[in-house]
Write a protein that binds this ligand. Structure first.
Ligand SMILES: Cc1cc2nc3c(=O)[nH]c(=O)nc-3n(C[C@H](O)[C@H](O)[C@H](O)COP(=O)(O)OP(=O)(O)OC[C@H]3O[C@@H](n4cnc5c(N)ncnc54)[C@H](O)[C@@H]3O)c2cc1C
Length: 449
C-alpha cells in the first residue's frame, strides 16, 4: 500500500466480511472505495426484498461518533434526510406530568432518530453499487479453518468452503465468527445478560398524521420496575421500547392475557393506555428481546482476522452508543490500515489497542445509564445535579463538560470522557463538602455568640 492508502498489487485484495449489518455494510463500502474486493456473507435474506427485520430495535439514536464515521465515508448527506431531530428528553412522571430536559446547551447538541431498516438498506445499496463488492445473502458462517485460511459457509442447506485473503467479523452480539477466531487462543470472554428484556410497540400518529406527543424529543417513562423509551419516526408515529424484567411480578413472563397487559399499563404507564388502542394485539404479536453485554480479548488473529462492532463489544442500549461505537470502530480500523500500509498485523494490533480500552469503558457507562434512565432522571437531586452541570458548562464551556455531552456530542475517547467526568464529580463533591462545612461552621458560630 502506498503512503496515501492506495493499494498496490502486492496487497491482499479479497476481504470476507461476516455479517452484513450496520458495521459490515459500512466497511464493505469503505474498503471497496480503497480498492479492496469485498465479499459480504450475511445469514439473513436481503432486507431490501423482505422488508424490515422483525423483532430488532426499529429506531436508533444517531449521535456525533456515528455522524463522524458516516461523514468520512461520504454518506452523511444521504443519511440525514432519513432522520428526525431529538432536542432532548421528555420525562413522563407517573402522575402524567412531563418535563423537558435538553440534551445540551447548544442547538447543535441534539440526537437523531433513524429507522434501522432504512439505514441498513441505504448502506447495502451503496455498498452494492461499488465495483468489487459482492453481497451474499442467506449465507451463514458455520466455522473457520485458520490453518487453511478458509471459511465454512452454509447456504440453502449446503455447506461449502470459501477462501479469503483476510476476514472481518461483523456478525453482531451473538457472533459465530468471534469464537471461531479465538479457538485455540488464550482468549478472554465475558458476557452478561440483563435480567430485563425489551419489547417494541408502535404509537401511531393522530388522524391528521401529526405526532400525538412531541415529535422533536426522545420520550422516557422512568419507573423503578419498568422503563419506556420512545423514538420519533418521520411519519409522525413513535417507536416505543418497553424494558421490563423477564421474570417475577409484573414481568414479561407474567404479563400474558389482555387483562394482565392492561393492568400493567394501568399500574405503571396509565397515560399511555388511551394512546395505544391496539395494545393487546401489538403486545402478543411482537417478540420479547434479550439484552446482552460482552467484552472480549483479543480482537484479532495474526494478519487474517479482526472483530468490529457488537461482535467485539455488545453493550446495553441505554447510552444509545452501540451503533455509534460500531461505526467508530470502522473508522479506527480504516485509519489503522492506512497508517500501517501493507502491514495488516500491525494495523490490527494498533486498532485493537486504540479501541478496546474505550469500548470496555463504554460497557460500564451503558450499565450505569440503565440505572440513570430508570430511576435517577425523576429524582430532584439528579435533576439539580444535571442543571448544575449545564450551568457550569455554560460558565466554562471549554473546561466543564457533562458526561452525556462528552459521550454523545463529541468524539472524545470514552475512557477520557469518563476520567474527566470523575474529576468533575470530585470537584463538585469537594465544593459541596466545603459549603456544608461553611454552613455548619456559621451555625456553630451563631449558636456560640
Ligand atoms: C433495543 C436496542 C436499542 C438500541 N438502540 C441503539 C441506539 O439508539 N443507538 C445506537 O447507537 N445503538 C443502539 N443499539 C445497538 C445497535 O443495534 C448495535 O450496536 C448495532 O446494530 C451493532 O452493529 P453490528 O453491525 O456490529 O451488528 P448487527 O447490526 O447486529 O449486524 C450483525 C449482522 O451479522 C449477521 N450474522 C449474524 N451471525 C451470522 C453468521 N453466522 N453468518 C453470517 N452473518 C451473520 C446478522 O444477521 C446481522 O445482519 C440498540 C440495540 C438494541 C437491542
Amino acid at each position: 500500500m502506498t503512503a496515501d492508502g492506495t493499494l498496490t498489487k502486492d496487497d491482499s485484495r479479497r476481504v470476507a466480511i461476516v455479517g452484513g449489518g450496520l458495521a459490515g455494510s459500512l466497511l464493505a463500502l469503505a474498503l471497496s472505495e480503497r480498492g479492496y474486493g469485498v465479499d459480504v456473507y450475511e445469514r439473513r435474506e436481503d432486507p431490501r426484498v423482505d422488508g424490515a427485520e422483525g423483532g430488532r430495535s426499529i429506531n436508533l439514536g444517531l449521535s456525533k461518533r456515528g455522524i463522524q464515521a458516516l461523514t468520512e465515508v461520504g454518506l452523511i448527506d444521504v443519511v440525514m434526510p432519513l432522520t428526525v431531530v431529538m432536542r432532548g428528553r421528555v420525562i413522563h412522571a407517573p402522575d402524567g406530568s412531563t418535563r423537558f430536559q435538553p440534551y445540551g446547551k447548544n442547538r447543535g447538541e441534539v440526537l437523531y432518530s433513524i429507522d434501522r431498516s432504512e439505514l441498513i438498506r441505504l448502506l447495502l445499496d451503496r455498498a452494492e453499487r461499488q465495483p468489487g463488492v459482492t453481497l451474499h445473502f442467506d449465507h451463514r458462517l458455520l466455522s473457520v479453518d485458520k490453518g487453511r485460511r478458509e471459511l465454512e459457509i452454509e447456504t440453502g442447506g449446503t455447506a461449502r468452503r470459501v477462501a479469503a485473503d483476510w476476514v472481518i467479523c461483523a456478525d453482531g452480539a451473538f457472533s459465530r465468527c468471534r469464537p471461531e477466531m479465538q479457538r485455540g487462543m488464550r482468549a478472554d470472554y465475558h458476557q452478561e445478560y440483563l435480567e430485563w428484556g425489551y419489547k417494541e410497540l408502535t404509537l401511531a400518529a393522530g388522524p391528521d398524521g401529526e405526532s400525538v406527543i412531541d415529535q422533536t424529543a426522545l420520550h422516557v417513562w422512568p419507573r423503578a420496575h419498568g422503563l419506556f423509551v420512545s423514538h420519533p419516526n418521520r411519519d409522525g408515529s413513535h417507536t416505543l421500547t418497553l424494558f421490563l424484567p423477564h421474570e417475577g411480578a409484573d414481568s414479561f413472563e407474567t404479563t400474558k392475557t389482555p387483562d394482565d397487559i392492561r393492568a400493567l399499563f394501568q399500574k405503571y404507564f396509565p397515560d399511555l393506555l388511551p394512546m395505544l388502542p391496539g395494545l393487546v394485539g401489538q403486545w402478543t404479536s411482537r417478540p420479547t428481546g434479550s439484552l446482552l453485554t460482552t467484552k472480549t480479548a483479543p480482537w484479532r488473529f495474526d494478519d487474517w482476522m479482526v472483530l468490529v462492532g457488537d461482535s467485539a463489544h455488545a453493550v446495553y442500549p441505554f447510552y444509545g452508543q452501540g451503533m455509534n461505537s460500531a461505526f467508530e470502530d470502522c473508522s479506527a480500523l480504516l485509519s489503522a490500515l492506512k497508517t500501517h500500509g501493507g502491514d495488516r498485523a500491525a494495523a490490527f494490533a494498533a486498532y485493537e489497542q486504540a479501541r478496546r480500552p474505550q469500548t470496555d469503558v463504554l460497557m460500564e457507562l451503558s450499565k450505569a445509564n440503565f440505572v440513570e434512565l430508570r430511576q435517577k432522571v425523576s429524582s430532584p437531586w439528579f435533576v439539580a445535579r444535571k442543571r448544575l452541570d449545564v450551568a457550569l458548562n455554560r460558565l466554562m464551556p471549554k473546561t466543564w463538560l457533562p458526561i452525556y455531552t462528552m459521550v454523545s456530542h463529541t468524539t472524545m475517547p470514552y475512557a477520557d470522557a469518563r476520567a474527566r467526568a470523575l474529576k468533575q464529580d470530585r470537584i463538585l463533591g469537594a465544593a459541596a463538602a466545603a459549603l456544608v462545612g461553611m454552613i455548619g461552621g456559621g451555625l456553630w458560630w451563631v449558636m456560640r455568640h
